[in-house]
Design a protein around this ligand. Structure first.
Ligand SMILES: NC(=O)c1ccc[n+]([C@@H]2O[C@H](COP(=O)([O-])OP(=O)(O)OC[C@H]3O[C@@H](n4cnc5c(N)ncnc54)[C@H](O)[C@@H]3O)[C@@H](O)[C@H]2O)c1
Length: 315
């Protein structure tokens, strides 16, 4: 199989590229990535000899056509992803997440692809104080980021219903692991704590997120790519719900840093209180989270300790 991985130079994308190379040695991988601030060639350095890389924008039909035409499947990770950035500038989110996904879907429409996997997020369901969302629940996004991702999901599903494009959509919870850009909570706090700087926790710090190890997410996406039923949506949750204060304390304790580094700051605008999804459908497909959360978190923190060359230039 020849797989087009858009956004393959970003956090989850580069982990998925490695997952495919390790688990499907006969596959050809082509990465299409615009290399925004979040996409970095360093993320693919050790695998560059084993993949094809094209720098290009998913909104650019010519660039998309030049890659997609030779491929059997597409996994679309390319996106603007940081909620805080979407609050200050929503335009690039609408452009890449909605129009870019539309460009890919149009280019894919009549090619006879085996699968088009659209990578979505649990944030499209919005916040809930109790229970967990299933794939059939209505979408209720709060931020420009999640609204743009919901738009992309709906378009992708419409291309299945209208044109029969074999689309599957994954909606995962918050990922963590190696190569995550240090604007996201875990690497941001790890790097600040390492430098003895304060950790700015939004509001009360009681907001809850369900943490998913990126390698578990990659295994789930692989399963959806091969076994997902066209037209279906699959929630991928880590089953590790923690408040922001709890995860911050675990980071500080692994790094042996004092709790006095925590600083409460004004809450994020429109901050969702709790995300929670039910992953029963994914489990029915045969997926199980493989890693103990504590071990995965500590391994991730240690990865940042060992790879300071990767992050120092980003600070
Ligand atoms: N990180 C998470 O916790 C999480 C959770 C659920 C879903 N997701 C989704 O997973 C996907 C990947 O997330 P991530 O955390 O790896 O993101 P990231 O920000 O680390 O990487 C995004 C990648 O997309 C590329 N990109 C951006 N705009 C592009 C464009 N117009 N054309 C081509 N490439 C472009 C960037 O260069 C970068 O390599 C996204 O679709 C995101 O919405 C992420």
């Amino acid at each position: 199989m020849r797989v087009m991985i858009t956004g393959g130079a970003g956090f989850i994308g580069c982990n998925f590229v490695r997952h495919v190379l390790e688990n499907h040695p006969g596959y050809q991988v082509v990465v299409l990535d615009k290399l925004t601030y979040a996409g970095r060639m360093e993320n693919l350095q050790d695998v560059m000899g084993r993949i094809e890389f094209v720098q290009g924008d998913i909104c650019d039909r010519q660039a998309v056509d030049s890659v997609i035409r030779s491929c059997d499947a597409v996994v679309n990770f390319a996106a603007e992803t940081h909620v805080d950035r979407s609050i200050s500038d929503a335009g690039s989110f609408v452009r890449t997440n909605v129009l870019g996904t539309h460009t890919l879907l149009e280019a894919a429409r009549d090619l006879g692809l085996e699968k088009f996997v659209q990578i979505g997020t649990d944030e499209v369901y919005g916040s809930t104080d109790v229970g967990s969302f299933s794939e059939a629940d209505p979408l209720n996004p709060s931020s420009p980021y999640s609204a743009s991702k919901a738009g992309a999901d709906l378009l992708a599903r419409a291309y299945f219903i209208t044109y029969g494009l074999p689309v599957c959509i994954t909606r995962s919870s918050n990922n963590f692991g190696p190569y995550q850009y240090p604007e996201k909570l875990i690497p941001f706090f790890v790097l600040r704590a390492l430098q003895g700087e304060r950790l700015p926790v939004y509001g009360s710090g009681k907001n809850v997120r369900d943490w998913l190890y990126v390698r578990d997410n990659c295994a789930a996406i692989d399963l959806v790519l091969h076994k997902g039923r066209p037209g279906e949506i699959y929630n991928i949750g880590g089953g590790n719900e923690l408040s922001n204060l709890e995860i911050t304390s675990r980071i500080l304790s692994h790094l042996k840093k004092p709790a006095s580094l925590i600083e409460h700051v004004a809450d994020r605008l429109g901050h969702d209180f709790r995300y929670s999804i039910d992953s029963a459908k994914m489990r029915n497909l045969g997926w199980r989270s493989q890693l103990n959360f504590e071990e995965a978190l500590n391994e991730t923190i240690d990865w940042y300790l060992k790879n300071d060359g990767w992050w120092r230039s980003l600070l």
